[in-house]
Design a protein around this ligand. Structure first.
Ligand SMILES: Cc1cc2nc3c(=O)[nH]c(=O)nc-3n(C[C@H](O)[C@H](O)[C@H](O)COP(=O)(O)OP(=O)(O)OC[C@H]3O[C@@H](n4cnc5c(N)ncnc54)[C@H](O)[C@@H]3O)c2cc1C
Ligand code: SF4
Length: 532
């Protein structure tokens, strides 16, 4: 080490703007290091939109920092840790400062490097959230149940969002969800908003799109993009802080007021509806959650936005998002192994090739992910994960698909959502019940069933919707195996008593035939959870 040398600040692909990065206090104080990790890029068959998002946002940030006078070392390496090692060897900084990495595998490899090169790599706390990992662990300490609702109230009080001077919730209630949850009919009546404004790819993004695009893409800087899902066509996500800020303002002006009432509804062919579409920008660090919530509350205070819409949105950002990050760091690496119901089925190939299924809701939701690397929360929870759970798919196989398929996916957020919330794989650590439903829910919340070859009202027979016989057979399994699925399921389990033994037997037979008919994943794609 050169004792007079300046330090280097490493910027990971989860902190790609000044809003979230830990940077040198001035260009004279030290260098900045940005690494394109070939190992990370090929660890999973990431959707090509995800690759374009990360690589383009990283290259834009490198350019911005250079324009501000920073010395930037932007390099390609087999892993982030190897990039840091090579930088240390070539540039000889006093030390490399790293903001805590966003994923377990990367945290492990950089942590190992920090031990090996004691004193030359320093990992600092994570500043991308409103709740540090330590604060979450303190909140969790000694609690029997780590419920999101308790965490969320603690957050509101602690951060002073939407509370009065006594720390009580504005409007008198913590949760205004009852005023939300409108279905497809009400949404049709309200009308569909214009889709978020596209962020047209500039020269940097177009270069990345050419590199990542195409099924037989040539290796670039050691990275081959042949084995990846989706295409780059139509890519229009924000890749700079300016674009992300504009996207936030557009959401607040055009869709925020109707976010709450229609957040659970789905319409055929409509992707974003009244959702914000900010998760991808947030997860690569183009926006900080604090500014999002502060701007949302300021917009609510101007009038024209109901408290229910504002509270519903704030709950997602300071509640769910912070909570799943806390759960992830509290439980890793063991969380990946959870499989409460003991499912063993592989991921069906239809998750990669939606035309293989004639279940309209599943086909359209998978096609939406393939085409936009996005689907809103209810597609993820009540169509895709509901289907996989009822079909007995192993939670980790589903988690891998979510991790690879979505532009906003990072393990810290998809894993607790899939293994905890969506599949009850953790046995109820995160969710108070399994989020499963029959066709009735999908029929109420969407307009898919009208255009489907199946009948959402039939439980048996050739036209019966598979969600129905899968759902009732699943509940019957829970009853027979005496799984503890929480009090909130008591009423639906009681519903089994109204079904005759003969009908239940017919549904179980239909389930057996149906799941046997699901072709397993044949892509041969590999998932290296910790690589990168
Ligand atoms: C099975 C499953 C997998 C998911 N995987 C991811 C993922 O990989 N990455 C991801 O960011 N979100 C994930 N989510 C959470 C949520 O579905 C997405 O954050 C949301 O759909 C993103 O779209 P949006 O930006 O339009 O969100 P909006 O509906 O507009 O919500 C606003 C913001 O709240 C946050 N948020 C809302 N719900 C959650 C939640 N459950 N967990 C964490 N943050 C939340 C997001 O930052 C989001 O941008 C998953 C949910 C489920 C059920
Ligand atoms: S009928 Fe069943 S499979 Fe078809 S769209 Fe409705 S819920 Fe989905």
């Amino acid at each position: 080490m050169n004792p007079g040398a300046k330090p280097t600040w490493f910027i990971g692909p989860w902190e790609l703007s000044a809003a979230t990065a830990v940077l040198p206090p001035s260009p004279a104080a030290g260098r900045v290091l940005l690494v394109e990790s070939t190992g990370k890029g090929s660890a999973l068959p990431y959707h090509r939109w995800k690759l374009v998002l990360v690589l383009s946002a990283l290259r834009h940030f490198a350019e911005e920092l250079r324009a501000q006078g920073f010395e930037v070392d932007h390099r390609v390496a087999p892993s982030y840790a190897e990039g840091i090692r090579a930088h240390l060897a070539e540039r000889g900084p006093a030390e490399v400062i790293v903001q805590a990495p966003a994923e377990w595998g990367i945290a492990q490899s950089i942590g190992t490097l920090a031990v090996e090169l004691a004193g030359r790599v320093r990992v600092e706390g994570d500043r991308r959230f409103l709740t540090s990992r330590e604060a979450f662990a303190q909140w969790a300490e000694g609690r029997k149940l780590l419920r999101m609702e308790d965490f969320y109230r603690w957050q509101r009080r602690r951060l002073g969002f939407l509370v009065d001077g006594r720390g009580e919730p504005l409007g008198g209630q913590w949760n205004l969800d009852r005023e939300n949850r409108q279905g497809a009919k009400a949404l049709r009546k309200r009308g569909v908003p214009a889709a978020p404004t596209r962020c047209p790819p500039d020269a940097i993004t177009q270069r990345v799109m050419r590199m990542v695009g195409g099924a037989r893409a040539t290796p670039a800087g050691g990275m081959s993009f042949a084995a990846h899902w989706g295409s780059v066509d139509g890519f229009d996500l924000p890749v700079t802080r300016a674009e992300a800020l504009a996207a936030l303002e557009e959401f607040l002006a055009c869709r925020f007021a109707d976010f709450g009432p229609y957040e659970d509804a789905m319409l055929r062919g409509e992707v974003y509806l009244y959702h914000s579409r900010l998760s991808a920008a947030m997860n690569v660090g183009l926006l900080h959650p604090r500014e999002i919530v502060e701007r949302a509350i300021a917009r609510y205070e101007q009038g024209g936005v109901s408290l229910a819409s504002c509270e519903g949105f704030v709950r997602q950002v300071i509640g769910w998002r912070e909570y799943v990050n806390g759960i992830y760091w509290l439980t890793m690496p063991g969380y990946r192994a959870h499989n409460y119901f003991g499912f063993s089925r592989p991921l069906p190939q239809l998750f990669w090739e939606p035309d293989r299924t004639d279940l309209a809701c599943v086909r359209d939701s998978v096609a939406m992910v393939r085409d936009t690397a996005y689907a809103h929360h209810i597609h993820r929870l009540m169509v895709l994960s509901n289907f996989a759970t009822l079909a007995g798919v192993h939670p980790l196989r589903l988690s891998e698909w979510f991790w690879a398929g979505f532009a906003d996916a990072m393990e810290w957020v998809e894993l607790p959502n899939v293994v905890g919330m969506a599949t009850f794989g953790d046995g109820g650590l995160l969710a108070s019940k399994p989020y499963v439903s029959s066709a009735a829910y999908i029929n109420r919340m969407s307009d898919y069933c009208g255009g489907c070859r199946y009948d959402p009202k039939q439980r048996t027979g050739p036209d019966a919707c598979p969600f129905n016989y899968l759902y009732w057979s699943f509940l019957d399994d829970i009853r027979q195996r005496k799984h503890d699925v929480g009090q909130r399921m008591a009423l639906v389990l009681k519903g089994l008593e109204r079904i005759s033994a003969a009908e239940l037997a017919a549904m179980r037979e239909a389930r057996a035939r149906f799941v046997e008919s699901l072709a397993p994943d044949t892509t041969g794609w590999t998932f290296h959870h910790d690589q990168g």
